[in-house]
Design a protein around this ligand. Structure first.
Ligand code: DAH
Length: 338
């Protein structure tokens, strides 16, 4: 029996050594260690041996088993490492290679996304007006998105923000207003800035609602800032973006982070349109940012970029914008530079 085990071991090692792939290794060991494998069979038959033989044969069988497992493990690791090393040689793509005959290829190149086109224009206009471009994280904490903007936990304004909460208690920002707080945290006034970027709401998606869209936030803090300054800056910004002189009007409205708060309408191509929220920065917001509201004052505004894109191109369904559908995107070639 001991000799049989020795020869099983030799046979198994030979099989493992000759294996060309990790799967071959498993197959080679299976013949010996599997449920019906030869070594298992020896172990199972020990009960039938003479009592004095049982100990030595059991011990030997277990040694053989361990030796086979070790050899198989080493061989498997070596084969996997070799296969991975070879990937660099075999798995690469020659991007200059012409496509096979009959393959249709779009040779006209890519386009700049219509939202990106408008974002870039907005950035140019804002920089031209002397405003700084700020950025903020998509993942925000409760305080920046709500608390420091004068929206406490039990405040009804939170109902307007269907929020994507993350398991760690953070959230996907529901508006660009948290950048106001980050602006105040990054340095003392005067602050003359805008932030343009993605925002997220847990919305029932339809032709006018998306779960992912874009806003531009303005934040202007200086001495003796008035509603007059706000109207001037917004009107200039809108005229630059819409490409024509526009009338604007304010209607009183409520946002927790401004006082007084307004909605601004703009008359574009004859029709009055509700376009954005704005107001004078609430003293509590200034205080949350470490700014003394008796010395400084400011205005803020926020508007949806996607609305502007839809207006410009007469797009009827907001869902097209984030769809990634090439049939839609290819229509916006005219704005592509270079
Ligand atoms: N954060 C608001 C929203 O997403 C928009 C807004 C309104 C921003 C008024 C402002 C503001 O800065 O003053 O609905």
């Amino acid at each position: 029996m001991l000799e049989r085990l020795e020869s099983l071991l030799a046979e198994a090692l030979e099989g493992i050594e000759g294996a060309a792939t990790a799967a071959d290794v498993d197959q080679a060991t299976g013949r010996f260690l599997g449920k019906k494998g030869a070594v298992q069979e020896v172990l199972r038959s020990i009960g039938k041996l003479a009592p004095e033989e049982r100990g030595p044969v059991g011990k030997k069988a277990n040694e053989v088993k361990t030796a086979i497992e070790r050899a198989a493990g080493l061989r498997r690791d070596a084969l996997i490492a070799a296969a991975e090393a070879e990937l660099g040689e075999t798995e690469w793509v020659d991007t200059t290679m012409p496509p096979p005959p009959g393959y249709s290829v779009d040779r006209t190149g890519g386009t700049i996304h219509p939202v990106t086109q408008v974002v870039r224009e907005l950035e140019d206009v804002c920089v031209g007006m002397g405003l700084d471009l700020l950025d903020g994280p998509w993942i925000e904490d409760d305080e920046h998105n709500f608390g420091m903007l004068n929206i406490p936990p039990d405040h009804p304004a939170r109902d307007m923000h269907d929020t994507f909460w993350l398991s760690d208690g953070n959230l996907l920002r529901t508006h660009t207003s948290p950048v106001q707080i980050r602006a105040m945290e990054s340095g003392p006034p005067p602050i003359r800035a805008v932030a343009i970027g993605r925002v997220f709401r847990h919305e029932e998606v339809d032709i006018t609602h998306e779960n992912t869209f874009h806003q531009i936030e303005g934040f202007y803090v200086d001495r003796e800032v008035s509603v007059g300054h706000m109207i001037y800056v917004l009107q200039t910004l809108l005229e630059n973006v819409l490409g024509e002189k526009v009338d604007v009007r304010l209607r009183p409205s409520y946002f927790p982070f401004v006082e007084p708060g307004f909605e601004m309408d703009v008359r574009f191509q004859g029709d009055w349109m509700e376009l954005l929220g704005c107001g004078l920065v609430h003293p509590r917001v200034l205080r949350a940012g470490g700014i003394d509201p008796d010395v400084w004052s400011g205005f803020a505004f926020g508007l949806g970029v996607d609305r502007l894109v839809m207006l410009r191109h007469d797009i009827e369904d907001i869902r097209h914008l984030m769809s990634g559908d090439l049939r839609f995107l290819r229509q916006f070639r005219e704005g592509v530079e270079g």
